[in-house]
Design a protein around this ligand. Structure first.
Ligand SMILES: C[S@@+](CC[C@H](N)C(=O)[O-])C[C@H]1O[C@@H](n2cnc3c(N)ncnc32)[C@H](O)[C@@H]1O
Ligand code: SF4
Length: 370
């Protein structure tokens, strides 16, 4: 028996936000039908009852934008094709505009037990600036509805660095959300190439919040959330009462995952598989995964880069099993980092100290194999 996580990509949205370059768009019902036909075939093609599924993540795009019958069918199919662990975590991503009571009931009935809602901000002016179609009121209504329908494991995505955002606006968003959700993902807004927002910035139509300001917003938010018992367990992720996202934690610990759907990838028994990023190609061509077997040094680098982002750090024994005796190979660097309070070595793990995440990249660079 082999433990694995499952990610499913739903590339559909009701509208495209100005900053987003995810593989997602607005498509006809006919394309949606064809997509789900193929997606279910892909799941069946990979079926194996020897695989024990520990978490399922339905991401996108906006999975809540589609008819929930597709979601129910998809989850049922996964339950038929694989062995599902009793305490499986099943997350679905949702947008405040499309979450309804009926959909929430359907999600609950097919064992979805975690919601991740794209809130981004509770300031109407900020929401407008980045092309979100919902208001503060609609976002709060969606969260309240989810709670009424029995969801108690809810994440809210928030963006730091939205044009016109002030620290006051950001803090007020977080202050309201933390009374209602158990998890907050606070991402720095990235100006991705080829997005309308990046073009607007280049044309001086919109003013970005400068980087130093974003970093100071982030540092203050980390302190504020900590004070409110939301622990940062990864650079951008904060959980109350240890309600961490098991699925994302699995990525950072380099666990197995199977990815289904357009643009998804998998990491399974040391090999990475990539699906096409073109939705029509995905629908119309045979399964043809691009495959890459990770070398040991790639595995070490990946584990260091992901693991050090978390509050659990990297396990020294695991690194040794990959052929990297970090205590010997990086003795000078580790001594220097530990004596200057950048890291600590605790219970067999190397952990970055809470107040040193601002220089995380420099720490990682020092610890990567030569
Ligand atoms: C798939 S979306 C979440 C669900 C839904 N599609 C929505 O937006 O309401 C995942 C998250 O990625 C984040 N995201 C998307 N583009 C980003 C960017 N350019 N920079 C930072 N975060 C981004 C947003 O916070 C978004 O909520
Ligand atoms: S942020 Fe979410 S809703 Fe907006 S375009 Fe991207 S995936 Fe769609």
């Amino acid at each position: 028996m082999i433990e694995t996580m499952i990610y499913v990509h739903i590339p559909f949205c009701d509208s495209k936000c100005l900053y987003c370059n995810f593989v997602s768009g607005i498509y006809s019902e006919e394309i949606k039908q064809q997509y789900f036909l193929k997606l279910n075939k892909e799941i069946e093609y990979n079926a194996n009852k020897k695989y024990i599924v520990t978490s399922i993540y339905i991401g996108g795009g906006t999975p809540s934008s589609i008819d929930s019958k597709y979601v129910v069918e998809l989850i049922n199919n996964i339950f038929t094709c694989f062995t599902i662990k009793d305490d499986v975590e099943i997350t679905i991503e949702a947008n405040p505009c499309s979450l309804t009571r009926e959909k929430l009931h359907d999600y609950k009935n097919c064992k979805i037990n975690r919601l991740s809602i794209g809130v981004q901000s509770l300031d109407n002016n900020c929401l407008k600036k980045i092309g979100r179609k919902h208001t503060r009121q609609k976002a709060l209504k969606a969260i309240n509805l989810a709670r009424q329908c029995g969801f108690n494991n809810i994440n809210a995505d928030v963006l730091i660095g939205i044009p016109n955002q002030t620290y006051h606006k950001l803090k007020s968003t977080i202050k309201t959300l933390l009374k209602k959700v158990s998890h907050i993902s606070a991402y720095m807004l990235i100006n991705e190439p080829n997005t309308p927002l990046t073009r607007m910035i280049a044309n001086n139509e919109v003013k970005v919040v400068d980087e130093d300001k974003c970093v100071s917003f982030y540092d203050k938010i980390v302190k504020y959330l900590n004070k409110k018992h939301f622990t940062r367990y990864e650079v951008s992720n904060f959980a109350k009462n240890d309600m961490i996202c098991k699925h994302n934690m699995g990525y950072w610990q380099c666990k197995n995952y199977l990815g289904f759907g357009v643009s998804s990838h998998s990491y399974f028994l040391g090999e990475r598989y990539y699906n096409t990023s073109n939705i029509l190609e995905y629908i119309h061509s045979e399964f043809n995964y691009e495959k890459h077997k990770l070398t040991n040094s790639e595995k070490i680098e990946e584990y260091l880069m992901l693991g050090l982002r978390t509050k659990y750090g990297v396990n020294i024994e695991k690194l040794r099993s990959l052929g990297f005796d970090i205590l010997t190979a990086k003795k000078t660097e580790l001594d220097m980092l530990a004596s200057n309070d950048f890291i600590q070595i605790l219970d067999g793990a190397i952990i970055v100290n809470n107040d040193k995440f601002g220089v995380l990249n420099q720490i990682i660079l020092k610890l990567l194999p030569n």
